[in-house]
Write a protein that binds this ligand. Structure first.
Ligand code: ACO
Length: 412
């Protein structure tokens, strides 16, 4: 058919790359991954050094603006982010409108989009063009404010998504807490009197936040950029990213790992489970990665963090099954041949479970810190030299050639 011919003869290079295995969609200065060597760096800094010495919010500044902040830069950033954690009563009302059994990711995704209805400068029809210009202080100020709002409100909206399902009143973000401490305080997920977060658990969650803050062109970050390339407001773009993260092949994997471990039950059931995986009857969640062909460097830090957490909470009963599964898979020719190793989600779910979070809240604990990475990529794109080009990929048409319409009575 003509259409196929056009695909083959059109000027320029058009490649078919299912799942974007080889397609680089941009040049980026934010995150570097060497998947064969197991290296991850944010703005040049190894993830191991940041996890040891930095905090999630300091790393957020680094990812967004390109360098580690000075003391005064950090003070301003932290104050602004925490200040913007407070939401309007209308947003609370919106979050209250969900059913008690709504998935918290559905609430969070909707709440991000809701923010776009709230802030006048977010209305795309008011823009008509890219609102942000390099070197234009006024436009950068608007952008910064949008960034503070989204990072600040992410924890508040997530805490609301948590509490609404328990029929509990919302808690105003407290003062005098760290970003992660404020999040834990607002959830008060153990329902204790005069709750203050345990410092070891607060630090552990902060390290997990930092590890999840960015991972270059993953499905959700790409979704944010694809959506943002139409010059829609960042609240809508972040909502789109959040929706993408929800899936079990991406941010939903930490929840899927625990469901898998529960279904396996005891360590002695591991061999039968792996046989089912090899027959493609089951999926080994928390293993495999598009980029890493060796262990995900974040997984080692998560395992160390898990040891700290278990000292406080006690060991999770699924830990032995997880370790047996890990050991057996790493020795099995099927997984070795396909270079399948644990990713960050294999252990993070065990930590969240030990800390007492419900299973379906795990993807939210991934989405909250990833807001930082989404915004860093969005900011870079909006301010790039030469402006934004709408992301509009091509396809290879393989459908029918031209056909004439047949009235319904004449169809057989
Ligand atoms: N269990 C069993 N086999 C697997 C797994 C797995 N978890 N992952 C990949 N494979 C197999 C595939 O079946 C394929 O085998 P084949 O060549 O015989 O057909 C081979 O390994 C290559 O895998 P692909 O599916 O081509 O890898 P892709 O890059 O498309 O997928 C993904 C990556 C989605 C992460 C995949 O490994 C997976 O589904 N893992 C489980 C879900 C998960 O843990 N997701 C979290 C990802 S990390 C994150 O979002 C933070």
């Amino acid at each position: 058919p003509d259409e196929r011919e056009e695909n083959e003869t059109e000027k320029g290079l058009r490649v078919s790359d299912k799942g974007f295995l080889n397609t680089a969609v941009l040049r980026s200065e934010i995150t570097f991954i060497d998947g064969d060597a197991g290296i991850l760096r944010y703005r040049g800094y190894p993830i191991e050094q940041l996890a040891l010495h930095s905090s999630h919010l300091e790393t957020a500044y680094l990812l967004l603006y390109g360098s580690l902040p000075t003391k005064s830069q950090f003070k301003v950033f932290e104050t602004e982010v925490l200040h913007h954690g407070v939401t309007h009563a209308d947003a609370e009302q919106f979050c209250r409108s969900f059913r008690y059994d709504a998935h918290p990711m559905a609430i969070l995704t909707s709440a991000f989009a809701y923010l776009g209805s709230y802030y006048g400068e977010a209305n795309p029809s008011l823009q008509g063009q890219n609102l942000y210009t390099r070197g234009n202080a006024a436009s950068l100020e608007i952008m910064d404010k949008q960034i503070y709002r989204l990072i600040g409100k992410a924890t508040t909206l997530a805490a609301m998504a948590y509490r609404v399902r328990q029929g509990r009143e919302f808690v105003t973000p407290p003062t005098g807490f760290s970003y992660t401490g404020s999040f834990l305080y607002q959830m008060d997920h153990l329902g204790e009197e005069n709750y203050t977060p345990n410092p070891v658990l607060e630090k552990a969650l902060d390290v997990l936040f930092l590890l999840h803050a960015d991972h270059e062109m993953n499905a959700s970050s790409t979704t944010v950029l694809q959506t943002g390339s139409s010059l829609v407001d960042p609240y809508s773009a972040i909502a789109a990213g959040c929706a993408s993260l929800y899936g079990p092949l991406h941010g939903g994997a930490n929840e899927a790992v625990i469901r898998m471990l529960i279904s396996i039950g005891k360590p002695e059931n591991v061999p039968a489970f792996l046989e089912a995986v090899k027959k493609r009857e089951k999926v080994l969640s928390g293993f495999g990665h598009r980029v890493y062909k060796t262990s995900d460097p974040r997984s080692f830090i998560v395992r160390k963090t898990a040891d700290e957490v278990f000292k406080i909470t006690g060991k999770d009963e699924l830990l032995e099954t997880a370790m047996a599964l890990h050991a057996a898979a790493m020795k099995d020719e099927y997984f070795i041949k396909r270079k399948l190793a644990p990713n960050v989600d294999f252990c993070s779910g065990l930590i969240y479970r030990a800390m007492g979070f419900p299973l379906d809240f795990f993807p939210v604990l991934f989405a909250v810190p990833r807001v930082v990475g989404w915004l860093a990529h969005w900011r870079q794109m909006m301010l790039q030299e030469g402006g934004v080009k709408i992301w509009r990929p091509r396809q290879i048409y393989v459908g029918a050639g031209k056909r004439d319409y047949v009235p319904i009575d004449e169809r057989v």
